[in-house]
Design a protein around this ligand. Structure first.
Ligand SMILES: O=C(O)C(=O)C[C@]1(C(=O)O)C=C[C@@H](O)C=C1
Length: 386
């Protein structure tokens, strides 16, 4: 018995030479029930392969020896290698971002078989930091919303969280100095980075632009939407708050208030979208760092973050930079900050390509030690994939 969709006849084949002039016939429409049968078969295979993978991941866990907690099983360098292979193999039709998300979730679930990872982030629920946590660790990790970036550092240091995720720079607004400055005193290590496309939405209880007299948001988000706000809400009061999710929480309390935040914060606090995305730059991206308590092995595509305290002498910066040039290590970023060790003393935050265990980086660092007052390796970690 055919269904409505299964009755379609295959198109007639063109015959002989005369057929060359004829436009090629459309391929016959597939028979729905047959295609669904194929999909059922494939789903069955995928399911048993995922189960098989999960069993092998358990074996990997056993091969690592009797470890105490999930954090001991986590291997960011291996995860990055697995995901790179997924991207290299991708011939479509699904795009890289989608495939990455799917495989990330599979790995996240495999790891959570031991015990879910606990990840501290700048809360409350619905912040971009939470989105970064999910992008990097998947939904099987347990997020711990915390009140401030300082608290994220503290909770990881104290071992209450396995890892922390903190924003460090935005493509349009630059560095988040308060995050960088935490490394001046903290001994935590950077063990990953996440890049997140940030889409801002104006949201309110009524969903009507004409009702809005106050707009709450994180100062960085207000800055990212400055031109839009000038054009569309020139008279509204702009009120900076600690996070976008906090803005959404406040906007929930009055009809004349609105928040600029990610859509997920709007969902958490039951707001309607007035307009979005409203960021002034379409490529608005925030980079987050993953904080942990130890360094991990090289993945093959790594970045190293350094904190270099310089001596106050002529050519100090030149001396700091030259070992990297000498050993062909490319520098991705350099930023100077007051070092908090004395008045007018500076420290340089430097990102270079490669891992501290890679020979060129190792050589450059040993030479740098001769010129710098102190060098702190903040971390070597896989470069963000997408
Ligand atoms: O290969 C490992 O070390 C594993 O534990 C397996 C696996 C995976 O699912 O592929 C899971 C968790 C780790 O963070 C890395 C990879």
């Amino acid at each position: 018995m055919g269904t409505r969709d299964s009755k379609k006849k295959p198109a007639a084949k063109p015959a002989g030479k005369a057929a060359k002039a004829v436009r090629p016939a459309e391929p016959a429409a597939p028979v729905l029930s047959e295609v669904r049968e194929r999909i059922d078969g494939i789903d069955k295979q995928i399911q048993s392969l995922i189960a098989e993978r999960a069993r092998f991941a358990q074996q990997v866990g056993r091969a690592k020896g009797p470890l105490k907690a999930a954090v001991d099983y986590y291997r960011p360098e291996r995860e990055s290698q697995v995901l790179r292979k997924v991207l290299d193999r991708n011939d479509g039709p699904l795009n890289d971002e989608v495939l990455l998300r799917l495989f990330r979730e599979i790995m996240s679930a495999c790891l959570a078989q031991q015990e879910p990872l606990k990840i501290g982030f700048l809360g409350p629920e619905g912040t971009f930091s939470q989105q970064a946590v999910i992008k990097h660790f998947g939904h099987s990790a347990r997020g711990l919303p915390l009140a401030s970036i300082e608290e994220v550092f503290q909770e990881v240091e104290a071992g209450h969280a396995d890892f922390g995720v903190v924003p460090v720079e935005n493509s349009g607004q630059g560095t988040i100095q308060s995050t960088l400055d935490m490394f001046l005193t903290s001994n935590l290590k950077i063990c990953g980075e996440v890049e997140l496309h940030v889409h801002q939405h104006l949201m309110s209880r009524t969903g009507r632009l004409e009702d809005i007299e106050r707009v709450y948001s994180h100062p960085m988000s207000l800055a990212q939407c400055k031109a839009w706000l000038r054009q569309n809400l020139p008279k509204a009061e702009k009120i900076p708050v600690a996070s976008n999710a906090e803005a959404a929480r406040r906007a929930r309390t009055a009809d004349d208030a609105a928040a600029i935040a990610g859509e997920s914060a709007g969902h958490v606090y039951g707001l309607k979208v007035v307009s979005g995305p409203i960021e002034d730059r379409q490529d608005n991206t925030t980079r987050f760092l993953v904080l942990g308590r130890e360094l991990f092995s090289p993945s093959g595509h790594d970045r190293t973050s350094l904190l270099v305290f310089v001596r106050d002498q002529p050519g100090a910066l030149y001396n700091v930079l030259s070992p990297f040039a000498k050993y062909g290590v490319s520098m991705n970023r350099i930023e100077s900050r007051p070092s908090h060790t004395g008045r007018w003393q500076y420290a340089f935050f430097i990102d270079v390509s490669g891992h501290v265990e890679d020979e060129p980086v190792k050589k450059a660092l040993s030479e740098l030690g001769d010129y710098a007052a102190d060098v702190k390796v903040l971390g070597s970690y896989p470069v963000a994939l997408l």
